[in-house]
Design a protein around this ligand. Structure first.
Ligand code: URA
Length: 234
């Protein structure tokens, strides 16, 4: 009886891990109000992005940076009105210095293609810009450290639509208490720094590779993005 209960508990924890609930993270609210690192009121978008990139290259006392080969800043069209945020670079991204170029990236490319988008039409970045060792999730401290850079990145791109892939991006920008399986597929318009994009969360492609039956829900989210792009005349 006791063993049966333990097994049920283990199954439940495994299920929650699968859908992205992090039992180890604290519920302390993360400060999402930051002062811009790069002044967004002057210069071209490219100049501002280059300044932000320099700031990330010069980040000090960061174990993620120490263990990584390359900064993974962003990829795609810097003038796009659609910005996609993942979690953090993996081995392939670390080697190439570009986000989403590994297996999850190939799936992301296919997902984008299904709604007539590609990397020349969107802009992609991550919550943290250096690879967490062993592909682990970035810790809360690491997320908090990189959040001002991410917010500034979003301000500079100034997207009309912001797509958050997976629980790390969702929890970093919207709130710790939210579960991806509940939050996905819903539009919210929210102030991020000085901009106010329409935001939608969806499953991370790496999760979809492990749970292909969830692709039908991701497809609903993709269609919502396509519809919203039409409404916003993107
Ligand atoms: N997963 C991510 O979250 N980001 C990448 O860039 C690659 C894989």
């Amino acid at each position: 009886m006791k063993n049966g209960l333990n097994q049920k508990l283990i199954n439940l924890v495994e299920f929650y891990n699968l859908i992205g609930v992090d039992f180890l993270s604290s519920n302390n609210p993360m400060s999402r109000k930051t002062k811009s690192l790069v002044d967004i009121s002057s210069g071209t978008r490219l100049e501002k992005l280059n300044k932000l990139k320099k700031k990330l290259q010069n980040i000090k006392n960061c174990d993620l940076k120490k263990n990584a080969n390359n900064l993974v800043f962003g990829d795609g069209n810097i003038n796009s009105k659609i910005m996609i945020i993942g979690e953090g670079p993996g081995a392939n991204e670390d080697a190439e210095g570009k986000p989403f170029v590994g297996r999850a990236g190939k799936l992301l490319d296919k997902m984008l293609l299904s709604i007539q988008l590609d990397r020349k039409k969107v802009y992609i970045s991550n919550v943290v810009n250096y690879r967490p060792p062993e592909n682990r999730k970035p810790s809360e401290k690491e997320i908090e450290r990189y959040l001002p850079y991410l917010i500034n990145h979003i301000e500079i791109i100034n997207p009309k639509i912001l797509v958050l892939l997976g629980s790390t991006a969702l929890n970093s920008l919207i709130g710790n208490e939210i579960v991806i399986s509940k939050a996905r597929g819903k539009w919210v318009q929210k102030t991020i720094g000085s901009v106010k994009p329409w935001i939608i969360a969806s499953f991370h492609p790496a999760f979809l590779m492990r749970q292909p039956e969830q692709k039908k829900l991701a497809w609903i989210d993709l269609k919502m993005i396509r519809e919203k792009s039409k409404i916003l005349k993107i």
